[in-house]
Design a protein around this ligand. Structure first.
Ligand code: AGP
Length: 607
């Protein structure tokens, strides 16, 4: 989604803003711009395309010496990607300019009202409505915070906005509702941004803004106000331990490969401080205030949904808790029965996914408890849930989610262990065995990743011709098949379908022919013989079959990808990594934009 950075300090704002926007590129965008005040004039520079287009335009302007400004990368939601639709958007009198991330749902009605007041619009965006609305209020109120407060209370939808005005040179005002915005507090300089990497080289001290708060920053001060009363609000300052390096590629060609290879560390970090082998128990104080759930409703999107689907049987087997797993955009509109004692588990790497956040809010409005499972500290889902368990995976920059799923699976294993002990469903010897296998997992995965990448590279080259393919699995490997298909299609643009292997004969097998390969997950469990007979059905119709299986598979297939035989369900981490690497190597071989695939954004904060 869109990226915002505001800077008030002692350095040339142009440089700080450009660097900050580059560190937000991973969010996905199609245009960029910045606004500065210099010699009592508002200067707005915008460009369609990548940030280098904006840099080229700036190169032809008089050098800007301003030390305060706002910048933006836009991921189009209303109005095509273009210079006119790029942010910042000034008001009619060119007295203020504003950048925005989110969607103003009642923008059409507000626009009509403003046009009747004589406002003329230059763009197709919902954002420009905000500029005019605040400008109109400023004429009445005289103060920017009061004008923002009055204007934003009329807005329906989501927004994170930053604004500069000739009414306050050297100041930046910002506010948020359902869209992330964070303060960075430096020495003689302050920042506001959509995400931490934008200002991480300058400061690690941050303040997370909440909905209905307005913030004012200058080079030497910052103030958070209640969005309605404008009374001062005390806020907690948080120290970020990430270093710039960990938010960069660490020498890997792409963030995606770095994040796949980080997975052994991610498992360790997710487990860190949360297991006590001596007592065969988990240490999850985040859950202390929550009773044992009667039923679990896992709500998520995309890869996070696949993680929830994978964990379903584990919650049932280890803790005896019935589980419903729902796609968030379905959950929020479907009728469903949630009863007293049920718990909603909102799984989201970014903690900002609109559909998942909306599902959380709806459940809470109905009086149900919600537990967040998030990676981003202080994200909306993390703050609005009744409790949150952080996956501690560190920043995930690549749009294709990999280590996030690995950390979500690890965290859900801990939750199942925790509730299994709490409910007396899992005895100590069983828990001890599971904890021991969990602690051994990172080293096993670490030892396999390099070899997996080589196999992935070989198979990617061999099957790069395919236009469509199946990923098949049974049981918890069905969820992994869905994820393998999602990974391949979202970064290589090859059509891939994840399917329950037993479903093939109910229609999909009509597609099978020599041009339509099938990748099958055959972990060697009790369903193995049934899965292998499904594969024979594919083979007899001439469909190429690649089978991922433990060593020793005796099966007539085109390729066997040996996956070490470790105890289920932990073998899922190995199958997952193999498919992530296969998708990665395929996208690299086909020359795709691995970290920023077309049409995708890292965090989908719109419905
Ligand atoms: C996965 O590779 C995609 N980037 C996408 O499906 C993602 O998992 C989904 O949008 C959910 O994001 P979240 O975990 O941040 O809520």
């Amino acid at each position: 989604m869109c990226g915002i950075i505001g800077y008030a300090g002692h350095r040339p704002a142009v440089t700080v803003i450009l660097e900050g926007l580059k560190r937000l590129e991973y969010r996905g965008y199609d245009s960029a711009g910045m606004a500065l005040i210099q010699n009592k004039e508002l200067n707005v520079v915008r460009a369609k395309g990548k940030i280098r287009e904006l840099e080229d335009k700036l190169a032809f302007q008089d050098p800007y010496h301003a030390t305060t400004g706002i910048g933006h990368t836009r991921w189009a939601t209303h109005g095509l990607p273009s210079e006119e639709n790029a942010h910042p958007h000034p008001d009619q009198e060119q007295k203020l300019a504003l950048v925005h991330n989110g969607i103003i749902e009642n923008h059409a009605r507000l626009k009509r009202e403003l046009q009747q007041l004589g406002c003329s619009f230059r763009s197709e965006t919902d954002t420009e409505v905000l500029s005019h609305l605040i400008s109109q209020e400023l004429k009445q109120q005289g103060s920017v915070p009061r004008a923002m407060s009055t204007a934003l209370q009329r807005v329906e939808g989501s927004y994170a906005v930053a604004l500069i005005s000739l009414n306050g040179e050297g100041r930046i005002w910002a506010a948020r509702h359902s869209s992330p915005l964070i303060l960075g507090l430096g020495q003689g300089e302050n920042f506001v941004a959509s995400d931490i990497p934008a200002f991480l080289p300058y400061t690690r001290e941050v303040v997370f803004l909440e909905d209905n708060e307005i913030v004012q920053i200058t080079p030497s001060s910052w103030q958070v106000l209640d969005g309605s009363s404008l009374e001062h609000r005390d806020k907690e300052q948080v120290h970020i331990s990430w270093d710039v390096q960990s938010a960069q590629k660490s020498g890997y060609r792409h963030f995606m490969l770095k994040e796949i290879m980080e997975q052994p560390r991610v498992i360790r970090d997710c487990l860190a401080g949360r297991t006590d082998s001596s007592r065969a128990t988990t240490l999850l104080p985040e859950l202390d205030h929550l009773p044992l759930p009667r039923r679990l409703h896992i709500v998520a999107c995309g890869t996070s949904y696949h993680a929830g689907l994978w964990a379903r049987n584990i919650f049932q087997d280890w803790a005896g808790i019935p589980v419903e797993v729902e796609i968030a955009s379905e959950f929020r509109y479907n009728r469903r029965i949630i009863q007293e004692g049920d718990l909603i588990l909102a799984v989201s790497q970014s903690g900002e996914t609109a559909d998942t956040l909306a599902g959380l809010r709806q459940a809470r409005q109905l009086g149900h408890r919600v537990l967040g499972l998030c990676n981003v500290l202080g994200s909306s889902i993390a703050r609005e849930a009744d409790g949150v368990v952080y996956t501690q995976a560190g920043p995930e920059i690549s749009v294709a989610s990999t280590k996030a799923m690995c950390s979500q699976m690890t965290a859900m294993l801990l939750l199942a262990l925790h509730w299994g002990r709490m409910g007396g469903f899992l005895d100590e010897p069983a828990r001890r065995g599971i904890l021991r296998e969990l602690e051994e997992l990172p080293a096993i995965l670490e030892a396999e990743l390099e070899g997996m990448q080589q196999t992935a590279q070989r198979l990617a080259r061999k099957y790069a011709w395919c236009r469509s393919c199946f990923f098949l699995g049974r049981g918890d490997h069905f969820a992994l098949a869905l994820e393998g298909a999602l990974k391949l299609k979202e970064i290589s643009y090859i059509h891939a379908e994840g399917y329950a292997a037993g479903e093939m004969k109910h229609g999909p097998i009509a597609l099978v022919d020599p041009e339509f390969p099938t990748f099958a997950l055959a972990p060697g469990n009790a369903l193995q013989s049934k899965l292998l007979s499904n594969l024979q059905e594919v083979r007899t119709r001439g469909g190429p079959v690649v089978c991922l299986a433990p060593p020793g598979l005796d099966q007539d297939v085109d390729d066997i990808w040996e996956i070490p035989a470790i105890q289920a369900p932990l073998n899922g981490f190995l199958f997952l990594s193999a498919m992530q690497l296969f998708a990665y190597e395929m996208a690299v071989y086909l020359g795709k934009d691995v970290d920023q695939p077309r049409n995708l954004a890292k965090s989908v904060t719109v419905e």
